[in-house]
Write a protein that binds this ligand. Structure first.
Ligand code: HEM
Ligand SMILES: *[C@@H]1O[C@H](CO)[C@@H](O)[C@H](O)[C@H]1NC(C)=O
Length: 510
């Protein structure tokens, strides 16, 4: 008797309590803490094992299953992957300020001066001021124009050297000539000259890039850091130190050459040195003073952001043109109509070349060089579309998948068809989300104009001066188009072709 009077209320109480607790948790989950759907995770590594060799492709297929706002667990790092233009608009426009930060990684900290530059620093007064400084002083429309003669001269040199190759009918390593061309242009613009005898800057920068794009386990499972299993930390420190020494030497050299004996043009270092020790942003006292480390960090950001991006885009544009003789002919005709067939293209001609713009837009849609942009970090916890996203969550935007979304680009989304842009003029200024090769929002690429003019000019010149034929009787449709994954997605196989001269200026050929 006694025991049942106790036990029944006890059981009832416990039951109600559990039910209530469960219900509350469920409710909290659905109202406040519902995570976006995502694949099941393993202990410790989460979903890291799933990414594979071409993460942009893997993430695209996962998003078809789990949705355009998807959760992943990368080691200990909670991550959201965005895969549609609608979701991108929500994260990079409506809620942009909340996702305008970058996560810290070992490579960015140890090689790229952490938060001292532009590309990898967290959102805040310092980043805002440096961004303003770079946009106004280094990458503005007038500066892009000021550096025009460098692009023209380097491209002239390349065309001259190719004319010689034409005479012997050799196969040209297109990847190589484009890479060298862009390196020369960018180094001359930033550092004042392309080559140094004392050290191999290009190699060091390539090493830095490789570290940046490499997969470093310690960035995702932080307690593994101290063990440095992959030797990553050591290599980063070594590369970082070597790069720093080289940048020091180049800056010192600039400081020592007086204005009088400057035969060379003004470059990025001169511009930055002219404002050293000044407040980064005169209108913002919080922004601090620009010092030597800031200068080195900004220079390195510019070098890294300027070279691979343009090189890779040009390589893909040419590959698609070689693969589509119809498009190539139409482009060559357009240029010939504007420029004639007696002279080379000038940058001034570019504004009249609409089809060229469409070819470049189509290339950037299919091959956004940063397929996953640069990673963002959520600054404050927020609920979007009913999904709870916790502070510090990493946000990956799959620009590659967005450009190939068949809901927007229809059933021929994977096809190279520039005409699709004939009534859709792209300006990449943050209003269009159907193709976002330059990112969007506050963290959008500040080098869009410079990048576009470089790509358009080089592509136009190379197809105007030369016809290109694939070697070894490869038929256009059989050209291998596989990509590799890193910070950028270059061709997996280097591009080769045989040029023949198109223009009617015989004196050039003699
Ligand atoms: C075809 C050429 C280029 C492409 C496709 C490209 C693409 C991108 C992308 C996707 C981002 C990340 C945007 C985001 O997180 O939303 C970015 C950032 C950046 N780009 Fe470019 N870029 C190009 C050329 C350049 C050039 C020529 C420069 C300067 C020399 C440059 C400087 C930068 C910098 C400094 C950032 C970091 C911005 C920040 O974090 O605030 N880019 N770019
Ligand atoms: C072509 O150029 C690339 C890039 O510079 C280089 O890595 C590759 O080895 C070259 N290929 C050949 C066959 O020379």
């Amino acid at each position: 008797m006694f025991s049942t009077t106790i036990i029944i209320p006890f059981i009832l109480f416990t039951f109600t309590y559990l039910l209530f607790k469960f219900y509350l948790r469920e409710k909290q989950n659905t109202i406040n803490h519902k995570k976006p759907p995502g694949p099941p995770t393993l202990p410790i590594i989460g979903n890291l094992h799933m990414l594979g060799k071409l993460p942009h492709r893997t993430l695209q297929s996962l998003s078809k299953k789990y949705g355009s706002i998807m959760s992943l667990q990368l080691g200990q790092v909670p991550t959201i992957v965005i895969s549609s233009s609608k979701a991108a608009e929500s994260f990079l426009k409506t809620h942009d300020i909340n996702f305008a930060s970058r996560p810290k990684t070992q490579a960015s900290q140890l090689i790229f001066y952490g938060s001292k530059g532009l590309a990898f620093s967290e959102y805040g007064p310092y980043w805002r001021s440096v961004k303003k400084l770079c946009t106004l002083k280094l990458l503005s429309a007038s500066k892009v124009e000021m550096f025009g003669p460098i692009r023209k001269k380097e491209l002239d040199v390349l065309v001259k050297s190719l004319e010689k190759v034409v005479l012997v009918g050799e196969v040209v390593n297109v990847s190589e000539i484009v890479e060298n061309l862009i390196e020369d242009i960018v180094y001359k613009m930033i550092l004042g000259r392309g080559k140094y005898e004392q050290f191999d800057l290009k190699k060091l920068v390539q090493e830095g890039m490789a570290m940046l794009g490499a997969f470093n386990l310690a960035d995702y499972v932080s307690w593994l850091g101290p063990f440095d299993l992959q030797g990553f930390t050591r290599t980063c420190k070594k590369t970082g130190k070597a790069l720093d020494e080289v940048l020091e030497m180049i800056i010192t050299e600039h400081e020592q050459s007086t204005n009088v004996d400057k035969v060379r043009h003004e470059d990025f270092i001169d511009i930055l040195l002219s404002i050293v020790h000044q407040t980064v942003d005169p209108e913002n006292e919080q922004s601090g003073v620009i010092d030597r480390t800031n200068i080195k960090a900004i220079l390195l950001d510019m070098i890294v952001a300027g070279i691979d991006t343009a090189t890779t885009t040009i390589e893909w544009a040419l590959s698609e043109l070689f693969r589509h003789p119809r498009v190539m002919k139409k482009l060559q005709d357009e240029i010939q109509n504007e420029v004639g067939n007696k002279r080379m293209v000038e940058e001034n001609d570019l504004k009249k070349l609409n089809y060229l713009d469409m070819v470049v837009d189509e290339t950037l849609r299919l091959y956004p060089v940063g397929p996953l942009l640069l990673p963002r970090e959520c600054r404050e916890s927020i609920t979007i579309d009913g999904y709870f996203i916790k502070e510090k969550t990493r946000v990956i935007v799959n620009a590659w998948a967005i450009g190939r979304d068949s809901n927007i680009w229809l059933e021929n989304a994977d096809e190279f068809y520039p005409e699709r842009f004939s009534d859709k003029k792209m300006n990449y200024q943050g209003q269009q989300f159907e193709s976002i090769p330059f990112g969007s929002g506050r963290r959008r690429c500040p080098g869009i104009q410079l990048g576009l003019v470089t790509v358009r000019f080089v592509v136009a010149q190379l197809v105007h001066c030369f016809n290109w034929e694939l070697p070894h009787n490869i038929s256009p449709s059989n050209l291998n188009m596989e990509e590799k994954f890193g910070v950028t997605i270059p061709r997996a196989q280097h591009l080769h072709a045989i040029p023949s001269y198109r223009l009617e200026c015989d004196e050039k050929l003699e």
